[in-house]
Each structure stands twice: as structure tokens, then as C-alpha cells.
Design a binder for this molecule. Sequence first.
Ligand SMILES: [Zn+2]
Length: 338
Amino acid sequence: MADAETVPVARFPIEVYPWHAAVWSTLTGDFARLPHALLLQGPAGLGKQDFALRLATALLCAQPKAESACGQCHSCQLLAAGTHPDLKLVMPEEDRRGIVIDQIRGLGTYLALRPHTAARKVAILSPADSMNLNAANSLLKILEEPPLGSILLLVASQPARLPATIRSRCQRVLFQVPERGLAQSWLKGREGGEAAAQLLGEAGGTPLRALALSREDFLVKRETLLSDLERLLAGNEDPVTCAQRWKGLGASACIDWLTAFVAGLIRGLAVPGEPAPTLLKNTKNVLTLNKLYIYLDVVSSARNGLFSGGLDELLLLEDLLIRWCRMAERSPTIKTGT
Ligand SMILES: [Zn+2]
């Protein structure tokens, strides 16, 4: 019996993202030749999990048309109801940040049984890079002796977090940030409107992240974050109060934004011809490349810490903003020649 909570619901017709076209055609030429495990990797915001689900539906459909699920057969009806017994989605449980060993053991038992109605079983692990070491070791056993006819789709935005032994047993499928024009026209056709270019810039060029930013009204929030950073540098704002405000806006989103923003400041200083962010113009001679590189390291580890769990969001934000204020302190001048 399928566990309804771990079977994704396929909505037909399945949305096809234009930037998936090339990857799709290389994979779906011959389903019979697909390896037993694929690692779908690339930046977040490109729809890798949607791609995995689309591939799963095509693999399970009884009469796929042009390598896509028909949306009508019995198998597709089960997929649309989220009750297909030959499809399983393994993702972190609600109260956990990562996939744990019991889930992988359950997956092993599930795959060991023959398919119910389809020709094969498909499992999607997402995000696969959220697995802890025990879970990864357990998955390795499955990958070493893959149950006949089963296909595992691992979705990862940070594949380096996976042990090399797992990665080497999967065929890697690379997802890349689409060409700007393509992403922009796709976004404009949805909710991005005239702000599409700006949203894509904030989202590192990834269309689904840009769409999410648009839906959460991020451009408005961004103004708050930017003004806070400027006021903190000028000593006109209290980092603790500010941290509370940022937590209210969503700690994880704020830290993601801060990482991208600091990287942008570094580009603005280091790359000739790169437009300098306004904050640099307003805070001349305060932010140096050296300070920014050190700060980027701090923000990146905070981001990883938040991802791995166990950190207090408010304390983390306070620490980041206090360190940001410290960048306004000028290095002591060493007097020479006196
Ligand atoms: Zn079908």
C-alpha cells in the first residue's frame, strides 16, 4: 500500500520548463537504457524536483506519448491522485532538516518488492544532499546492489555534500542557469512583469527562485534590508533590533540574499566594468575587498549552519549584523617616517 504522504501528486498537463528541453531530450531518447540512479544537480530554483517528477510520470505511464506521460492511462490517474504504488518521494520529515537512515531503510524494503502496476519502481530523493552520513551509507548499499528495474532520482543543489561514493554510483545530470533572455520571457509570462530582470538578478538567474521572490514581494523586503545595512554601517541602527526585523522577514531568505549581496559587492570592487552597487557609492572607503572576503566566508558558513540545523536563527542574525557593523571600523593607521 502506498503511503499517500510520500507520493507526490502529478498535475496534468505537467508544466514543462523551456530550460529543461536539452536535458530532457538527452535523457528520454531510450528509457530502457537509463541507468538505475541519476543525480540531478544544479543551482536551486531551476525546477530539478519538477523535472524528476515529470521523468517519473513518463517512466510509469503505460502509454507515454513522445516520451511524456499521457495523463490518461490508469497509471497516470494514480499519479494525478498522488497514490501511485510504484512511485515514492523521500524527503525530510516535517520536524527534521534532513533525510534520515530509517527513511532509506524503508526505501530499501520498498524497492525490494516487485512493482504493483507499472513496469518499474521510481523513487525521488529530494533534497538528496540533506541526507546525514548514516542515511548516505544505507543508500550506498542500495546503489551497490540496485533492485532490478528500479530507478532512483536524486535531486541536489549542493551535490558536494553527498559522499563521493554516492556520486560516483549515479549518472550526473547537470542543470544550468538558463540564458537570461529565455528566463526573462518565461518570468514575464507569469508574475514577474516589468520587474523580471531585477528579480532574476536577485535570484542569480534562476527563474523559479525569481518567481518565488516575486510572490513573496521580495523587492519591497530588499529595500528594508538594504537600508538596514546602510544605517548599520553609519551607526544609525542597532544590530539587535535589526536582527529581530530580519527574522520576521525570514532568516533563511535574508541570509541567502545577504550572501548574494556581499558577493555582488565584491564583484563591484574587484571586477573592472562591473556596475558598483549603490551601497558602495554611499559608503566609500569603508568596505574593502579584504573585509568583504572575510565577511562572505562568515555569511556562507552561517548559511551552511542554518541548512544543517541546530542554530538559533535570531542569534545567528545578530552575530552577522554585529560583524557587519564592525566593518565600518577603520583599520588603525600606521604612521611612518616620523
Ligand atoms: Zn499515462
